[in-house]
Design a protein around this ligand. Structure first.
Ligand code: CAA
Length: 261
């Protein structure tokens, strides 16, 4: 699959890295990047051999410095709405992939970049990372889900402060806010992502898939319905070969060999 703004690198069996690759524009999300992301995410969703996706930005400086300001400066209201809708749809597809998606934030994650990172399942940040929703500086509001995902991650008051002031936060503050799960030295970012990806890839594939499904789909349900969904999925997993193997391996005091069935 040939892309001009993305790179897809299979790092190890089951572990794929997707890199937004426009370093000269700090990996800004142009309409072309969004179109290529649509294609890439569809291909990833269809690849049953994948276990974990790592998402990062090319170069030393930026994860993604936002939606492309040059492109947005020319957009009519209808084009702006369409741009926002397409990005929202592809971010949602990324979020609902049947495998964990980890953002490796190596630098600026601003505007659409912060929104892309938040559409991943969790974020590992380098100590050089900076996060923010600076859209108000440009006379616009976040348009790729920032007002919603930031609020769900850090709470209403903190989200409002960041969205209304446009203030950028460094990695340590982002960690304290609950926006990122881990902060590591820049040189260790990929190694930390791979360490987590390997842990996941060693678990039962069906169990990981449905654990993610429950968290993603359950969070917007009321507690009773969300817990019932969990009970239903728990029952479903009792029918898998992976459950039989995982429990047999525990009782026989040996590592499990999961088949994903
Ligand atoms: N869109 C398009 N181009 C961008 C860009 C963006 N979001 N961010 C950076 N670039 C380009 C710059 O124009 C510059 O290009 P040239 O070399 O051709 O001039 C190149 O990337 C390098 O950037 P700087 O020279 O500005 O680098 P710097 O180190 O001085 O500053 C920065 C880095 C603080 C991240 C600065 O580039 C910046 O503030 N960028 C914009 C950040 C921003 O406002 N993001 C939000 C966009 S709006 C949005 O995302 C809306 C939404 O939710 C959908």
């Amino acid at each position: 699959m040939g892309f001009s703004t993305l790179e897809l690198d299979p790092l190890e069996p089951g572990i794929l890295r997707l890199t937004i690759n426009r370093p000269k524009a700090l990996n800004a999300l142009s309409p072309e990047v969004i179109a290529e992301l649509e294609e890439a995410v569809a291909a990833i969703a269809a690849d049953a051999a994948l276990r974990v996706l790592l998402v990062t930005g090319a170069g030393e400086k930026a994860f993604v410095a936002g939606a492309d300001i040059a492109a947005m400066s020319q957009m009519t209201p209808l084009e702006g709405r369409e741009f926002s809708n397409r990005a929202l749809a592809v971010f949602r597809s990324l979020e609902l992939l049947p495998i964990p998606v980890i953002a490796l934030v190596n630098g600026y994650a601003l505007g659409g970049g912060c929104e892309l990172a938040m559409a991943c399942d969790w974020i590992i940040a380098s100590d050089k990372a900076q996060f923010g929703q600076p859209e108000v500086n440009l006379g616009i509001c976040p348009g790729f889900g920032g007002t919603q995902r930031l609020t769900r991650l850090v709470g209403r008051a903190r989200a409002l402060e960041l969205v209304c002031t446009g203030r950028q936060v460094k990695a340590e503050e982002a960690y304290a806010l609950g926006l990122v799960n881990h902060v590591v030295p820049a040189a260790d970012l990929l190694a930390k992502g791979l360490e987590q990806a390997r842990l996941i890839a060693a678990k039962g594939p069906v169990a990981v898939k449905y654990a993610k499904h429950l968290v993603q789909r359950g969070q917007d349900l009321d507690l009773d319905n969300a817990c019932q969904l969990e009970a239903d999925v728990f029952g479903l997993l009792c029918a898998t070969e992976d459950k039989a193997e995982g429990m047999r391996a525990f009782l026989e005091k040996r590592p499990a060999k999961f088949s994903g069935r």
